[in-house]
Design a protein around this ligand. Structure first.
Ligand code: PEP
Ligand code: MN
Length: 365
């Protein structure tokens, strides 16, 4: 439930509402907004006596959140949430960051070569798994802590922020020491203990859709993180299992506008795991951006034929550079902008400047 205050309601009125919510035995989450302050009622079982709250001074409206997820819903927060993972790198606004890099961190030489290629291609952030959740226990499991050290080195070399995966509670704390954004992979989307842990850690989280998860399942998983007080969550569509072996997964582009309608959280598209096949990555990356994605996650390897994981879907460095150029053009057409790599902020020509109004007109949210 949400208690919406009148425009300009005094702080004392907000405090009184908070007190009454607490007297009723619930937790109050005040959310000052541009238009009005709303106070979320957390921990209620749906049977709150709204009459005690609606009669208080300054209360404009009581909204009963109808979705099973609460804090994640657009009913709870009408404005889109912008999640910033590093200075100048935000998801959910006009800018569209491109996170690129290898599936796994394999060696110092490999990750440094990858990071330079990502930066030179004009992408925005570096990805690479140090802890790998592999379908087979006999496949490469990642370099672990050493992989994290190498990611930190790559950030020092290039300035690129780091997105890397945590696969368990213990690892999440290690990952948090290095990552600018903690990835929760498809296989762990419903690892509720891990979701609560990253919720408590409080760093930005990239939450990938499970391979057989509905959009409601995805949003309920995000709710676990927000319920711990961390609203810095970026969702990710990475394809779902389908009956058709023509591609590894079926990238569900409808998830992007659907999530935008249901939730205030940003969503990025992952055409690499979403297709599993290199030649399909570029067209699906363009399509995800055109569908309104707030960012892209793309696998690139300096030598894909030698990759220890996901080589078949990894772009070559020159393909990533071409893709980023194309994404710039797509972004421009819909009133958005690909976030430049750190230190490479390009001045846009006047007729190419982008406004929030243009973005709204493009119907991206
Ligand atoms: C990855 O990003 O390398 C990965 C393992 O992705 P997913 O969890 O979507 O399979
Ligand atoms: Mn991968």
């Amino acid at each position: 439930m949400l208690v919406v205050m009148e425009h300009g309601a005094p702080a004392a009125a907000v405090e009184r509402v908070v007190e009454v919510i607490e007297e009723l035995g619930y937790e109050a989450r005040p959310m000052p907004g541009a238009q009005r302050t709303a106070i979320g009622v957390v921990g209620n079982d749906g049977r709150v006596d709204a009459s005690r709250l609606s009669a208080l001074p300054g209360v404009a409206q009581i909204i009963h959140v109808t979705q099973p997820y609460k804090q994640v819903s657009r009913e709870w927060r009408p404005e889109s949430t912008i999640v910033t993972i590093a200075p100048g790198v935000s998801f959910g606004g006009v800018d569209v960051p491109v996170i690129a890099g290898p599936c796994s961190v394999e060696s110092e030489a490999q990750i440094l070569e990858s990071a330079r290629a990502v930066r030179d291609a004009g992408a925005t952030a570096l990805r690479g798994g140090a802890f790998k959740p592999r379908s087979s226990p006999y496949s490469f499991q990642g370099l672990g802590k050493r992989g994290l050290e190498l990611l930190a080195l790559a950030r020092r070399e290039t300035g690129l922020p780091i997105v890397t995966e945590a696969i368990d509670d213990e690892g999440a704390h290690l990952v948090a020491e290095v990552a600018d954004c903690i990835q929760i992979g498809a296989r762990n989307m419903q690892n509720y203990s891990l979701l609560k842990t990253v919720g408590r850690i409080g760093k930005p989280v990239l939450l990938k859709r499970g391979m057989a998860a509905t959009i409601t399942d995805l949003l309920l998983s995000a709710e676990y993180i927000l319920a711990e007080g961390n609203d810095k969550v970026i969702l990710c569509e990475r394809g779902v299992r389908s009956f058709d072996p023509a591609s590894r997964n079926m990238l569900d582009l409808t998830a992007i506008p659907t999530v935008h309608r249901l939730s205030h959280l940003p969503i990025v598209g992952d055409p690499s795991h979403g297709t599993g096949i290199r030649e399909k990555v570029t067209p699906m990356a363009r399509a995800a951006l055109a569908a309104g994605a707030d960012g892209l996650l793309v696998e690139m390897h300096p030598h894909p034929d030698k990759a220890l994981s996901d080589g078949a879907q990894s772009l070559h460095p020159d393909e990533l550079a071409t893709l980023v150029d194309e994404l710039r053009a797509v972004a421009l057409a819909i009133g958005r902008r690909v976030t430049p790599a750190v230190g490479l902020v390009r001045v846009q020509p006047d007729n190419h400047s982008i406004s929030g109004t243009q973005r709204a007109a493009a119907g991206t949210h």
